[in-house]
Design a protein around this ligand. Structure first.
Ligand code: NAD
Length: 378
């Protein structure tokens, strides 16, 4: 897995953004800090010395990474609802951040079938409320809005979607993320030009796995719950293909993208895919097999034959633009990503601290990054 070719001028700006130089003392707002990816991002930013404020609802799953890793001992935690414009405005004013990472969302496809109104309200109007608040806080220079690989109209293509493929979405979650992309583009064209106001970009990542995710109806959490209880996991769509990646991969992309936006080059204010290498586009069944093998105890899975709401059969992302122009590249193979996820949970059960487990993986990832940077510059 090499660093690949990327523009030299980008190398300086964006790879730097994985180091403390970009973040030490910088004021950052992370929405969704009580969620899976947000908690990891807060730990990483705090490790880099950023002054982080988080804004989101209370953590939902039991257990959850936010509480286990005591994220609120490292960042300032504001509990509030994105659907309330006043609360979002107050949080932005209080945090006065230079950089905003917007991760808060109703993030589950299956839940979106049961709660479509709530899903659109949070994911679409929540994004409007956030960007509206950003307009009125001059301190903000860069905004990264996290949408999803599911924001594209899924046409069953056997190639990765590129950034200017049509947006769409079958289920309410996917459609809400397509809508959020349109909201971002409209705010960029109308208000957030990157000169007088903040620059805003969107980030579309794949199916993220990693330690500390206990969400319902996600593959790795479902597998680990079943393995821990000694029963076979029930898998809905074992032949469905998804772009799997370890949580640190898209988070590195978000950090690099924010660094690029801070360089005041408006070309970075656009949508970006952060998908894995082709080898990590694998079926649900393949990932379940890898997880069962990593568990190293009795672990297995069965196909759940009952009927389920529609989910796309194939979804892949083309991340060549991020590789070329942001010098972002995936570093962890699928096998390593699954092993790190399963290993994280096994070590937690064995008594390790959740924060230490995350920080150890963050440090190892950053170390791989600097090695890759040297290769890329050679
Ligand atoms: N996990 C994945 O595989 C994946 C893949 C692609 C995109 N994403 C996107 O990445 C982001 C983070 O995902 P995650 O896996 O951490 O999700 P998560 O469900 O673990 O966390 C969601 C966060 O959003 C917050 N939130 C939800 N509704 C809110 C509201 N009304 N007001 C304020 N906060 C609210 C929650 O409190 C939580 O902090 C989401 O935007 C998600 O759509 C995730």
């Amino acid at each position: 897995m090499g660093f690949g070719r990327c523009a030299l001028e980008a190398l300086a700006v964006t790879v730097e953004a994985l180091g403390a130089g970009t973040w030490r003392g910088r004021r950052v707002l992370v929405t969704g800090h009580t969620g899976f990816k947000g908690a990891w991002l807060c730990l990483w930013l705090a490790r880099l010395g950023a002054r982080v404020t988080g804004f989101s609802l209370k953590p939902e799953s039991r257990p959850n990474l936010f509480e286990l890793a005591a994220v609120d001992s490292r960042v300032r935690s504001l509990i509030g609802d994105l659907r309330e414009a006043d609360a979002v405005g107050a949080a932005l004013r209080e945090a006065a951040p230079e950089v905003v990472f917007h991760l808060a969302a109703q993030s589950l496809v299956r839940r979106s079938y049961g709660e479509p109104v709530q899903t659109f309200a949070t994911n679409v109007m929540g994004t409007v409320n956030l960007l509206e608040a950003v307009r009125h806080v001059p301190a903000v220079r860069a905004v990264v809005v996290v949408t999803s690989d599911k924001c594209y109209e899924n046409r069953g293509l056997d190639r990765g979607y590129v950034e200017d493929d049509p947006l769409g979405g079958h289920d309410p979650y996917s459609a809400s993320k397509g809508c959020a992309e349109i909201v971002v583009a409209s705010y960029r064209r109308s208000f957030l030009d990157g000169a007088t106001h903040a620059a805003v970009a969107s980030a579309r990542a794949g199916n993220v796995i990693g330690g500390g995710d206990w969400s319902q109806d996600r593959l790795l959490p479902d597998l680990i719950r079943a393995f821990e209880s000694g029963r076979p996991a029930l898998i809905r769509n074992p032949t469905a293909i998804r772009p799997w990646q370890h949580v640190l991969e898209p988070l590195a992309g978000y950090l690099q993208l924010a660094g690029a936006l801070l360089s005041d080059d408006r070309a970075y204010a656009r949508g970006w895919n952060f998908g894995p290498d082709t080898g990590s586009n694998a079926t649900v069944g393949t990932v379940a097999d890898l997880a069962a093998a990593s568990w190293s105890g009795a672990a297995g899975w069965l196909t759940d034959g009952s009927s389920h709401p529609h989910e796309a059969g194939i979804l892949m992302l083309d991340a060549s633009a991020a590789r070329r122009s942001l010098c972002w590249t995936p570093r962890l193979s699928l096998g390593r990503a699954v092993a790190d996820t399963v290993g994280w949970h096994r070590e937690l059960v064995a008594g390790a601290s959740a924060a230490d487990l995350c920080l150890r993986q963050i440090d190892a990832y950053a170390e791989m990054q600097s090695t890759a940077e040297l290769q890329g510059a050679a």
